[in-house]
Write a protein of this length. Structure first.
Ligand code: CP3
Length: 349
């Protein structure tokens, strides 16, 4: 027997009969207790910057379900705000930011190492959590990857095809590269502070990696991830890192080796059988049940959950969804997924 947490053992490369499990957006609007705490905080950003309440919502899904990991409650867009961008959320629509389209806009941002006063409440949330989490629960810190964060900073909002960011990359590469560089530096220093505060692993969310192809994928998804990971590992020897180049498709192949990531998180556009052969051969993978099962439930949820556990059973695996759980999910379906992973036929054999 070992005291090392299940999630950290998977990141070490250990094959476990029952994989550790957590869920992207596990603290969120599908939970009535989240909605109550969010109402108490006032709005989403006030919740992110209120360390006690952010820690409280992080703990809610741990209390309800006993997940093997908690993920810090914050948002990838706090970094742009700390760099000097205006940020607000429009109810029912999503985030809005001041835009970066010229060198003048870029020059208004603060240096990467000047973000910490603004982000101090996030580090305090991590410290509270590392005291209050159950001893078997791992604490995951996170940041957005530079490309994904840049797409929001350039467009000033979420975009279906990341068009404005691709245009800036083509038409004004000097500004685009300067922004990518600033975000890469800020991500390193931000994640480093989370690790100092008690995060036991960190996850890099590149939600829009799928719109980078060929050379652009190498330059703006792989290369920044590699620099962030090698710098974090130099500063914090042994820290495990999860990378999520969402919808990278073939780009998933070799991603862990090329970047130094300990685990690659998979969306549900790839089958678990394909990913076991092409991605898990290099180490731990995380994923990849379709989020819609948390809305629809039933036998299809059980079947797909078993299929994923089975496909990844020969290597290190962390069970998760392929993307975040949606607000219309039924909390009972989350329990059904967990029961299927933990008590299904696979646990008995
Ligand atoms: O996973 C977790 O539980 C940790 C907390 C977390 C949030 N956002 C909380 C959140 C994490 C890791 C994120 C990451 C994030 N934020 C990403 C990358 C992952 C992904 O989903 O692709 C992105 C692109 C964002 C930016 C963002 N934040 C958007 C586009 C939105 C609006 C969309 C929506 O779901 O409403 C948010 C808001 C947000 N971030 C919510 C939560 C729980 C919902 C806000 C609310 O309570 O109203």
């Amino acid at each position: 027997m070992t005291d090392r947490k299940k999630l950290l053992r998977a990141l070490d490369g250990e094959v476990q009969k029952v994989p550790p499990i957590w869920m992207m957006r596990q603290a969120g609007r599908y939970l009535p207790e989240y909605r109550a705490t969010r109402a108490e905080a006032g709005d989403f950003l006030s919740l992110c910057y209120n360390s006690d309440l952010a820690a409280e919502v992080t703990l809610q899904p741990i209390r309800r379900y006993g997940f093997d990991a908690a993920i810090l409650f914050a948002d990838i867009l706090l970094v742009p705000q700390a760099l000097g961008a205006d940020l607000w959320f429009v109810a029912g629509e999503g985030p809005r930011l001041s835009t970066i389209t010229s060198m003048d806009d870029f020059n208004k941002l603060v240096p990467a190492d000047a973000i910490h006063d603004h982000l101090a409440p996030v580090y305090e949330t991590v410290r509270i959590l590392s005291r209050e989490l159950p001893r078997e629960t791992a604490l995951i810190g996170f940041a957005g990857a530079p490309w994904t964060v840049a797409t929001y900073m350039i467009a000033g909002r979420g975009t279906p095809d990341q068009g404005p960011a691709h245009s800036l990359m083509a038409e004004n590469p000097e500004v685009f590269d300067a922004l990518m560089e600033r975000l890469t530096d800020a991500t390193i220093t931000y994640l480093s502070m989370q690790i100092d505060a008690g995060a036991e692993t960190v996850k890099l969310f590149d939600s829009w990696a799928g719109s980078l192809k060929g050379e652009a994928f190498q330059k703006y998804a792989l290369a920044p991830a590699k620099r962030i990971i090698s710098e974090l590992k130099a500063r914090h020897p042994g820290i495990p890192i999860i990378a999520f180049p969402r919808e990278a498709g073939d780009g998933y192949i070799g991603f862990a080796k090329k970047t130094g990531a300990d685990c690659v998180a998979l969306d549900n556009s790839v089958t678990p059988e394909w990913a076991a052969m092409n991605v898990q051969v290099d180490g731990c993978v995380q994923g990849n049940l379709a989020s819609r099962h948390m809305v629809t439930g039933g036998q299809a949820l059980i079947d797909d959950t078993r299929r994923i556990v089975d496909a990844f059973s020969a290597g290190p695996h962390i069970f998760n969804l392929g993307h975040g759980i949606t607000p219309d999910a039924d909390p009972a379906n989350v329990q059904l997924m967990i029961d299927t992973v933990r008590e299904g036929a696979y646990a008995e054999s």
